[in-house]
Design a protein around this ligand. Structure first.
Ligand SMILES: NC(=O)c1ccc[n+]([C@@H]2O[C@H](COP(=O)([O-])OP(=O)(O)OC[C@H]3O[C@@H](n4cnc5c(N)ncnc54)[C@H](OP(=O)(O)O)[C@@H]3O)[C@@H](O)[C@H]2O)c1
Length: 269
């Protein structure tokens, strides 16, 4: 997408700026010019109706709120802090996140789940899947309009009946049912946190992270955040297509490059 199209679409208020494409299109500009352009446009053109401007991959840092700061949330959040994003880690028990935040330095902070949602331009959801109905009930209104990256897997032995629902209807569609207003993108669900920790930012080819969502601008933001964490995004399709990389399918657990994953999933190279 060219810069003119970005501006026209922004004028139309249908999308926020596509940070990834903007990066590519404006790579010939000096970073200072780009920042000035962004600042000049931010007030009137690029703010979403909700007011949040999320930029990633070389743009202004995105504020990220973590719901779930355990093994997966703690790992991915730390990678984003390392990439320069301010991250708020939440727990229902503030003691749980204190050590993590102290270790990560000034870009990391701790808060309640509600505070993390309000803090984030983007919210990362890394909770046992059984918690989805409760999260939807307690925080659905707060999450409405937010870009939400959902990494949960439904495991029957841990999560109970909701696993059958995710199996039958597809996990992306199921997550959206519980978080109806969120700009949901499935991401980071396929690889274990130890692999993510170890392989982030490895030499090319980087490991693939499949993503899927119905909101094109949210998918682009997720793709940029995948890159910032040190991986290569593979856009698999809409939320309904997220079943192609949910637990138990061919796209799940693939410790492979983007081109290999595209081949496995018969996606265009
Ligand atoms: N572990 C992995 O390598 C991995 C990889 C890919 C995907 N996943 C998926 O990611 C999700 C999290 O896995 P994990 O291994 O990171 O789990 P974990 O280490 O047990 O951490 C779970 C986190 O979720 C929070 N949480 C639980 N119930 C909650 C609720 N009702 N409301 C708000 N927060 C709640 C917990 O916060 P409190 O401190 O408040 O209890 C904790 O921070 C699961 O769906 C899992 O399938 C995990």
């Amino acid at each position: 997408m060219g810069i003119l199209e970005v501006l026209l679409q922004s004028l139309d208020r249908r999308v926020i700026i596509d940070a990834m494409d903007l990066d590519n299109d404006l790579s010939h500009l000096r970073r200072r010019d780009l920042l000035a352009l962004t600042a000049a446009l931010a007030g009137s053109l690029l703010l979403r109706p909700g007011g949040a401007l999320a930029q990633t991959s070389g743009g202004a840092p995105a504020r990220i709120g973590m719901i779930g700061s355990g093994r997966l949330g703690g790992t991915v959040g730390a990678l984003w802090v390392k990439a320069g994003h301010p991250v708020m880690f939440s727990s229902r028990d503030p003691e749980q996140t204190a050590a993590l935040v102290a270790k990560l330095g000034p870009l990391a902070r701790a808060g309640s789940v509600a505070e993390a949602i309000d803090f984030g331009d983007v919210v990362f959801l890394a909770v046992p899947y059984a918690a989805m109905p409760e999260i939807g009930r307690d925080y659905g209104a707060r999450l409405a309009g937010k870009v939400v990256l959902d990494a949960g897997n439904a495991v029957e032995s841990r999560d109970g009946a909701i696993a059958a629902e995710a199996e039958q209807n597809g996990i992306g569609v199921t997550s959206q049912k519980y978080l109806p207003g969120a700009r949901l993108v499935r991401a980071f669900n396929t690889l274990g946190f130890t692999i993510l920790e170890r392989e982030a930012g490895r030499a090319e080819p980087r490991l693939a992270i499949p993503i899927a969502g119905d909101d094109a601008a949210a998918v682009q933001i997720a793709a940029s955040l995948v890159r910032d964490a040190g991986f290569e995004p593979v856009v698999v399709g809409k939320l309904a297509d997220a079943r192609r990389f949910q637990r138990g399918t061919a796209g799940y657990g693939q410790v492979v490059s983007a081109s290999e994953l595209r081949k496995t999933l018969s996606l265009a190279p």
